[in-house]
Design a protein around this ligand. Structure first.
Ligand code: PEP
Ligand code: MG
Length: 928
């Protein structure tokens, strides 16, 4: 059509002009963009082309036919470029061009989508390749690999069926390893494979290279929506991508003999972040998939790394040199070149890189570079080191770390003495750090079932594959018998922050029998084992754990975060113990001290139940008294006496206990502010609902069990979350507010420098606040007089009822601070019950109604709007009103960014999320 703009769907690299760049990830995918960038840098990249993610989107929108009709000529042109640059021809001799076809989305999704290698082989090109290479065995091996991959990925024949054919040939000729098979054996495998394809699909295996190529590209696009890829996106919260790109690249062979190899390397240690030596693994005479699949355990690329590895495995130096030599020793020239590329790429990308390379008959080729996945410990160390090396700025370092990943650093490690006493069974590779204790399971499904019952599980597999991802996500630890540091298990576990020991070769797993044997010890499903992912040790039984240290690079990055953040970070804590932990993590105060938890401990629950028992009676009699006169009044006054005494007695018993709690907390805070929330939950939450419990309560309170039962029934509410709770309790039972205010004030008088902030919950109308404030103010005054001191107490409210948000201007006339209770504000704002919504919210998120669970990530458009209104209205009335958030969102990075944007003063979260919040707050400030 004349004048119609042709959309460019195909970008060439390494073949003359390179058309892409690193910053084109959205269009070319991560792999494609970086291949183009490396080509641009003059690195040895086999030529190829990338079909864009836009093509993938079109594939899904218009269908394969429409897409291919618009991209075929672009593919042909790009293919011709490769042919020209290599002097090879696709589908013909004398020098046939073979291709790899790989997926590559904008976000790296290791092993989640499909790959086809050696594409272009058929009987005629096989012949030409044999003439060309004089290596029939290698060519036949490549051919059988191609049929297997193409058969599996494109034609849908199960790879186990191919394995069975291969095993049958191996058995027939008594070969143990694939490498023991001769060219003739492999020709036999090829014929069997072809027969298998015919049997399973009813069609002959395609010989036409062009048809192979189109089908290969089609299969990669299809794999974008396979269940593994979808699950990976779901687990990693990957959304909004156009699709995958397809990278078609000239094949280079690492499996052409002993002068060829393939490997994966990290420019720094991905577990610790150390930059002591070039960290990588390789296999001689192998294709790339062999390294990541974990089928053969690879060797180290440097001498240093190799020696360290051998020492851990107890292998003497002479044997190491002979059987497990490093790349540096075996292929020094290629190693030197690779080492120089390492430095060049790190300098260029200013980050740790994850590289894939192949050495074909002594010549090095780079197949991939990307920012390497790393543990949180490594991320922190690398960021701090890169500042020192002047490769990045402080700000870039702060922005380089995923706040949620810090969680990995805050988790326990083994108690040293307990670990020393534990029975060590064996060791494997320290694939992902941390400590894990749990019960053995042998499949991902089992892991998911057991974890759903809250059992800690250790997933034990010979090796893992992408199908295992669900089970890996819920396991406390992962143990594999095969595979290296870059095996699927290792890479995925590091990304998830799950402890993993990989390649523990002594462990013999028998899936059928449901057991494993290691060093003569047989362990069955359900038995306890412990893993040390930092050393690779595997122990029998359970081992105690300790909290991690927060010093070194971690402390430094936290100090940097503090330098750049504007938001303060407080904690939600209601015991001195939690408060001390929070202060260690950097809490600048308490943003929410939920006082109800204090009523459950030991004897207190008895006093509190006694109070509830008589509170109703007192309330009723008082109501009547206000109207009564004369004789009736006297009778009522008499009737009130006993319950009132009991009521006061219960309050009297509770007061010192509450005061003691506050003293402990104020001391732990050492002058930091503390927002104490008055009693919030409905009273029936404190009563026993079972018959035995009610009988016991009746015995202790000296009443009939029927009275307790009656009380429980009378307090029953159909919708307790919207019932008699929060300040509504304070309005009905003012003495409880008074007792709590007194406990806080007396504790503040006892601990110098305390800064209590008394917070009234669930206010919806300013008059509710006025009512409670009157009691609190009177109590402050009374305590000041009694203790002859001045107290520094603020009075404020939670904003957690939509009405409060909408009338924040009025509420601010009384409140000195607002703390957004976004748990309730979400409940009431979205109309989702906090107790019941989990049943259907998953579906809401899956269908994209809400992008995230609004109880985890603040719903900016709805609940966020309420927060914005309240902030604006509140500031209009009281310019310096203190603003914070204490719902669960206070520890969520995305919500923290929102809080920064609307101008809150602080966020408050559970102690273990404080470092995450500190970093997220800094990132929000730096992003502006
Ligand atoms: C809230 O509602 O956000 C809140 C912090 O209070 P709670 O979760 O105790 O209701
Ligand atoms: Mg609440």
């Amino acid at each position: 059509m004349a004048g119609k703009k042709v959309i460019k769907y195909v970008y060439s690299f390494g073949a003359g002009k390179t058309e892409g760049k690193a910053d084109m990830k959205q269009l070319l995918g991560g792999k494609g963009a970086n291949l183009a960038e490396m080509s641009g840098l003059g690195l040895p990249v086999p030529p190829g082309f990338t079909i864009t993610t836009e093509a993938c989107a079109r594939y899904y929108k218009k269908g394969p036919k429409a897409l291919f009709s618009s991209i075929e000529s672009q593919i042909d042109n790009a293919l011709a470029r490769i042919e020209r640059s290599l002097g090879k021809t696709f589908g013909r001799g004398p020098k046939p061009l073979l291709l790899s076809v790989r997926s590559g989305a904008a976000v790296s999704m290791p092993g989640m989508m499909d790959t086809v290698l050696n594409l272009g082989l058929n009987p005629s090109t096989v012949k030409a390749m044999i003439t060309l290479t004089s290596n029939e065995r290698f060519v036949m091996d490549s051919y059988r690999r191609f049929i297997q991959m193409f058969g599996d990925v494109v034609l849908g024949v199960d790879h186990h069926d191919f394995e069975a054919e291969l095993d049958a040939v191996k058995k027939k000729c008594r070969a143990t390893l694939d490498t023991d098979l001769s060219a003739e054996h492999l020709a036999d495998v090829v014929n069997r494979y072809k027969r298998l394809v015919k049997k399973k699909t009813g069609k002959t295996f395609p010989d036409d290279p062009r048809a192979q190529l189109i089908a290969g590209i089609d299969a990669v696009f299809k794999s974008w929506s396979n269940p593994r890829a979808l699950k990976y996106c779901e687990l990693n919260n990957i959304r909004g991508l156009l699709g995958t790109a397809v990278n078609v690249q000239a094949m280079v062979f690492g499996n052409g003999g002993d002068n060829s190899a393939t490997g994966v390397a990290f420019t720094r240690d991905p577990s610790t972040g150390e930059n002591k030596f070039f960290y990588g693994e390789y296999l001689v005479n192998a294709q790339g998939e062999d390294v990541v699949a974990g089928i053969r355990t690879p060797q180290q690329i440097t001498i240093k790394g190799s020696r360290k590895w051998a020492a851990a495995q107890g292998i003497p130096e002479s044997k190491r040199k002979k059987d497990f030599a490093s790349l540096q020793e075996r292929m020094p020239k290629a190693f030197k070149q690779l080492d120089a590329i390492r430095v060049k790429l790190e300098r260029h990308y200013r980050d740790m890189q994850d590289l894939e390379f192949t050495i074909e008959d002594g010549t090095l080729y780079m197949l991939q570079t990307r920012n390497g996945k790393r543990t949180a410990a490594a991320a922190v160390r690398i960021a701090m080191d890169l500042i020192k090396e002047k490769l990045i700025t402080e700000k870039a370092a702060v922005l380089s770390i995923d706040p949620n990943s810090l969680d990995q650093l805050l988790h326990p490690v083994f108690v040293k003495s307990s670990e020393e006493k534990a029975r060590k069974l064996t060791s494997g590779l320290p694939a992902s750090p941390g400590a894990a204790t749990g019960q053995i399971v042998f499949s991902a499904e089992e892991a998911e079932i057991q974890a759903a019952e809250n059992r800690p599980v250790i997933l034990c597999r010979i090796e893992t594959s992408p199908e295992d991802i669900g089970g890996m996500a819920v396991a406390k630890g992962i143990l594999t018998a095969r595979g290296g540091m870059t095996s699927h298990a290792a890479v995925v576990a590091r990304g998830m922050g799950t402890c993993c020991v990989a390649g523990a070769g002594d462990v013999k797993i028998n899936y059928k029998a449901g057991n494993l044997t290691v060093q003569g010890v047989k362990l069955k499903r359900g038995d306890w084992v412990s893993l040390n992912g930092s050393t690779g040790a595997v122990y029998r039984g359970q081992i105690a754990t300790v909290e991690p240290k927060l010093s070194g690079p971690f402390g430094k990055i936290m100090r940097l975060a503090d330098k750049y953040r504007k938001l303060k970070v407080r904690t939600n804590a209601d015991t001195p113990f939690d408060t001390r932990a929070a202060v260690r993590f950097g809490a600048e105060g308490i943003g929410l001290c939920r006082t109800e938890h204090m009523f459950f401990e030991g004897k207190r629950i008895i006093a509190f139940r006694r109070l509830i028992l008589v509170a109703e009676t007192v309330k009723t009699l008082r109501g009547k008294l206000t109207l009564a006169e004369g004789e009736e009044k006297k009778v009522l006054e008499k009737a009130l006496k006993a319950p009132l005494k009991q009521y006061r007695q219960a309050l009297k018993e509770l007061l010192p206990l509450q005061r003691k709690d506050f003293v402990g907390i104020f001391k732990a805070l050492q002058g930091r502010p503390c927002t104490v929330r008055l009693l919030d939950p409905p009273l029936h939450e404190f009563l026993p609902h079972d018959t035995a419990g009610q009988k016991e309560m009746a015995r202790l309170m000296n009443v009939k069990p029927a009275d307790v039962k009656h009380l429980v029934e009378s307090l029953h509410e159909f919708n307790p979350m919207l019932g008699h709770r929060g300040c509504r309790l304070g309005l009905t039972y003012p003495e409880v507010t008074e007792m709590q205010a007194r406990a806080i004030c007396e504790a503040a008088a006892a601990v110098k420098g305390s800064k209590p902030e008394i917070m009234v919950p669930l206010v919806g109308h300013v008059k509710e606040l006025v009512d409670q404030k009157t009691i609190i103010l009177a109590t402050i005054k009374a305590v000041e007089k009694e203790k002859k001191t001045r107290l520094n107490v603020l009075i404020g409210t939670m904003i957690e009822v939509p009405r409060a948000a909408m009338t924040a201007d009025a509420i601010a006339t009384e409140a000195e601070f607002f703390s957004f209770g976004t748990n309730d504000l979400t409940q009431m704002g979205c109309g989702f019950s906090r107790d019941d919504a989990a049943k259907f919210l998953g579906e809401y998120v899956e269908r994209g109604v809400y992008e995230h669970d609004p109880f985890q990530v603040l719903d900016r458009d709805g609940v966020g709007r309420l927060v914005e209104i309240a902030v604006r209205q509140g500031k209009k009335t009281r310019r310096d009103i203190k603003l914070g958030i204490c719902g669960e969102h206070g520890g969520d990075p995305d919500s923290i960014e929102f809080c920064h944007g609307v101008g809150l003063d602080y966020v408050s979260c559970s102690p273990y999320r404080i470092p995450i919040a500190r970093l997220a707050a800094a990132q929000a400030a730096l992003r502006g």
